[in-house]
Each structure stands twice: as structure tokens, then as C-alpha cells.
Design a protein around this ligand. Structure first.
Ligand code: ATP
Ligand code: DP6
Length: 387
């Protein structure tokens, strides 16, 4: 049996990808740019095994069997990796061996927390390592699993260029700066709702391209300038400019989603209160200390520098109290100012607007793990199954 296990990070866009020009190849109508989050707090982990004993390709996701060959996105990722392995000659093992693949996310799946980005990046990276083709340009393969996944193959800030070629050969993602270049960059994920969302990004953006008249204006006239400006802000670590562009782009993405017919409404009242909180916090501070961005769901992602984390969390505690604090960790992840999470549990007033907060930071791309950390046993079955 040949086996490989890897982890891959989540990325959260500051200039959003929204809209495809080719649904099958997953080619976007505009460039996008994101920050990769540390795998210490949130990651997808995937083990892939190849063996002559396996009868068919099988995949388990979070302990449950899911379609693999019947899922056109995962099937295409495997086909592309095998194509490269065969073109390179002398594959590590016969390419017709069937695979068992087991993957799990240590955070909610399909809840608007970029599980598809981490998940497909991890699948492609793991398969690439298994077949010995990890030195190839993998972003154009991960892109065909889920567009945003191509940005999870590198750390730091990553720019996905939309490209112009109809075959997608120039629709690739590249690092803008490494994680160590802006190492005090932190993220607070405010989880408003972690259940499965109603309208997937795939469906929402398809409807948006079909019905919104504003989306083309955004793709053609707004995004190119924003990419240039935010790249400059990132390279010079200008947090004020970075924050303003990030918040404006999130707002514009949700305006475009609302311009879909029927409208896609992803933010809720709590999300809007979080945006208002951020503007008030910055106003009272007299400078921009924190920025929000929202993906296709109500959860907020706040970008801020390390020295401002404790202040912002204290403000959030006051603005969004929660009465479940007795039995749940409310701030998960990196301890704040060396204090235990206990210090940041919310006081009760019964409103429970935020379920919990994940404190994380800028991070590296995917990593290979040791064999003993694999998710499959010697028979190629998951070590853990949902009962
Ligand atoms: N670890 C994983 N391995 C392989 N595929 C995964 C993994 N995690 C998620 N996926 C795929 O991604 C799908 C969820 O994608 P979806 O876009 O609906 O949610 P999301 O990525 O959490 O949200 P968003 O893209 O809006 O941030 C899952 O149904 C599954 O097909
Ligand atoms: C709002 C977003 O998170 C949309 C992500 O969309 P997906 O990458 O999940 O969509 P598909 O390519 O159809 O799989 C913005 C972003 O990450 O840039």
C-alpha cells in the first residue's frame, strides 16, 4: 500500500472571487486575493492510499462515505494529477490502482468558513505527494476542485490571477508576501452560525452572473484597481489602506449578491451589527485598528494586528455578550496576552449573538505529515468513523 497524509490551510479573501466565466474549468471573471490562515487552528487533513487490494475509489469526509468518482470536481482533480504523473514517466506505482481517501476538517464544513478551499487544496496536495508530482503547478488543479482552493496552496497573502486563456492555463495563484513578512497579522473568526448554509457559493455566483447587471462593472472596473492598491498596502504593511479596501470589497461583494435575482442574502442582522461595531471601534480609537470581511454566510472574519487583539476582543465581549460561557470555550485558538481563554468568556445577558470566536493568524501553505498521523489503517479503512 502507498500512503500519504497532508494538512492544508483555510484562506479568507480580502478581494473576493465571485463569478465564473467557465463553470467546468472554474475560471473566474475577476482576480482575487486572500490571506492564508495558520493550520494550528483550522485545517483540512487528508490521507490517500493506493493499493491493489482496493476495488474502487472511496472517500470518507468527516467520517462519512461521500461520492468520489461521481463527484465531477474530485474526479477531475485526480485525473489531472494522474495526467501529470503519467507525463513525467516512471510513476511511483501503477496508475490504475484504486484509492481510499479519508479527510476531515477540524472546523465546520460547508458553513461559509472556506472548508471547500482547505478541503480541495488538501486533496490535490495529498494526491500530488502520493503520485510524486508535488513540484508541479498545482494551483490550476486545485482551482478545478473549488476556485478558492487554489489560494490555499501557499502561505501568507496569495493572488489568484483570473487569466485570459480559455483553457485556464494562466489562471493561477501566486504568493504576494510570505507569512513572516507580516507576522503580527491576526484573525478573529466570529462564528454567528456554523450550520450548513442555504445557498452555496457555487450556486449563488452562478445566479449572480446570470442576473446581476452590477457584477460586470465590479469585475471590469473595480477589482483591477483594488488588486493593485491592496497589493501595495500589503507589501508596505499599510494596515489602514489594507483595512479600507478589505471592508469596501466585502461590502461590494454583498451588494452584488443582493443584486442577484432572486437575491442572495448572506449577512444577517448580527453580521451588520459586527460591521457597525468595527466602524465604531475604529472611530473611537481614532485610527483603523480592525477590518471585517464576510464570505457567503453570516460569519465575520476580522483582520487586525496582534497588539490590537485584546482590545477588540474586550469590545466584542461587551457588544455581543453570551450566556453559554459556562460550558463552552468562547475564544478558541491562540491565547490572548498569555491569558487563558477563560478570561474571554462572555458575560450573560441572554442574547447569544456570537456562538464562539476563533483566534488565529497568518500561516503557511500545506504540509506533509508522518505516516503515523494518517487517517486510514493498514487495511485502508478510516481509523475513526461517525457511529
Ligand atoms: N476536507 C475536505 N476534503 C474534500 N472536500 C471537501 C472537504 N471539506 C469540504 N469539502 C467539499 O466542499 C464542500 C463545501 O463547500 P461550500 O462552498 O458549500 O462550503 P464552504 O467552503 O464551507 O463555504 P465557502 O466556500 O462559502 O467559504 C463539501 O460539501 C465538500 O464537497
Ligand atoms: C465568497 C467566497 O468565499 C467564494 C468562494 O467560492 P468557492 O471557491 O467556494 O466557489 P466554487 O469555485 O464554486 O467552489 C469568496 C472567495 O473566497 O474569494
Amino acid at each position: 500500500m502507498f500512503q500519504q497524509t497532508c494538512i492544508a490551510p483555510v484562506n479568507i479573501a480580502v478581494i473576493k472571487y465571485w463569478g465564473k466565466r467557465d463553470e467546468e474549468l472554474i475560471l473566474p471573471i475577476n482576480d482575487s486575493l486572500s490571506m492564508t490562515l495558520s493550520t494550528d487552528q483550522m485545517c483540512a487533513k487528508t490521507t490517500a492510499s493506493a493499493s491493489s487490494n482496493f476495488k474502487e475509489n472511496v472517500m470518507w469526509l468527516n467520517g462519512e462515505k461521500v461520492a468520489f468518482d461521481e463527484n465531477p470536481r474530485s474526479a477531475r482533480c485526480l485525473k489531472e494529477i494522474k495526467r501529470i504523473a503519467s507525463a513525467k514517466g516512471q510513476p511511483k506505482f501503477p496508475l490504475n490502482l484504486k484509492l481510499h481517501i479519508c479527510s476531515e476538517n477540524n472546523f465546520p464544513t460547508a458553513a461559509g468558513l472556506a472548508s471547500s478551499a482547505a478541503g480541495y487544496a488538501c486533496l490535490v496536495y495529498t494526491l500530488a505527494c502520493l503520485y510524486g508530482v508535488e513540484d508541479e503547478e498545482l494551483t490550476q488543479i486545485a482551482r478545478q476542485g473549488s476556485g478558492s482552493a487554489c489560494r490555499s496552496l501557499d502561505g501568507g497573502f496569495v493572488h489568484w490571477k483570473k487569466g485570459d486563456n480559455p483553457n485556464g492555463s494562466d489562471s493561477l495563484a501566486h504568493q504576494v508576501i510570505s507569512p513572516s513578512s507580516w507576522s503580527n497579522m491576526r484573525v478573529l473568526i466570529l462564528v454567528v452560525n456554523d450550520s450548513k448554509k442555504k445557498t452555496s457559493s457555487t450556486k449563488g455566483m452562478r445566479l449572480c452572473v446570470e442576473t446581476s447587471e452590477l457584477i460586470n462593472h465590479r469585475a471590469e472596473k473595480i477589482v483591477p484597481q483594488r488588486i493593485e492598491n491592496i497589493t501595495k498596502a500589503i507589501k508596505t504593511k499599510n494596515f489602514t489602506d489594507f483595512a479600507e479596501i478589505t471592508m469596501k470589497d466585502s461590502n461590494q461583494f454583498h451588494a452584488i449578491a443582493l443584486d442577484t435575482f432572486p437575491p442572495c442574502i448572506y449577512m444577517n442582522d448580527v453580521s451588520h451589527s459586527i460591521a457597525e461595531f468595527v466602524h465604531r471601534y475604529n472611530e473611537l480609537a481614532g485610527e483603523t485598528k480592525v477590518a471585517y470581511t464576510f464570505d457567503a454566510g453570516p460569519n465575520a472574519c476580522l483582520y487586525l494586528e496582534e497588539e490590537n487583539v485584546a482590545g477588540v476582543v474586550a469590545g466584542l465581549k461587551l457588544a455581543f455578550p453570551n450566556d453559554n460561557a459556562g460550558n463552552v470555550e468562547y475564544v478558541k485558538g491562540i491565547p490572548i496576552n498569555g491569558q487563558s481563554y477563560e478570561a474571554y468568556k462572555f458575560k450573560s445577558n441572554g442574547s447569544n449573538l456570537l456562538k464562539y470566536i476563533i483566534h488565529t493568524k497568518i500561516g503557511e501553505g500545506p504540509k506533509r505529515l508522518e505516516e503515523c498521523e494518517g487517517l486510514l489503517n493498514e487495511a485502508g479503512e478510516p481509523k475513526k468513523l461517525i457511529q
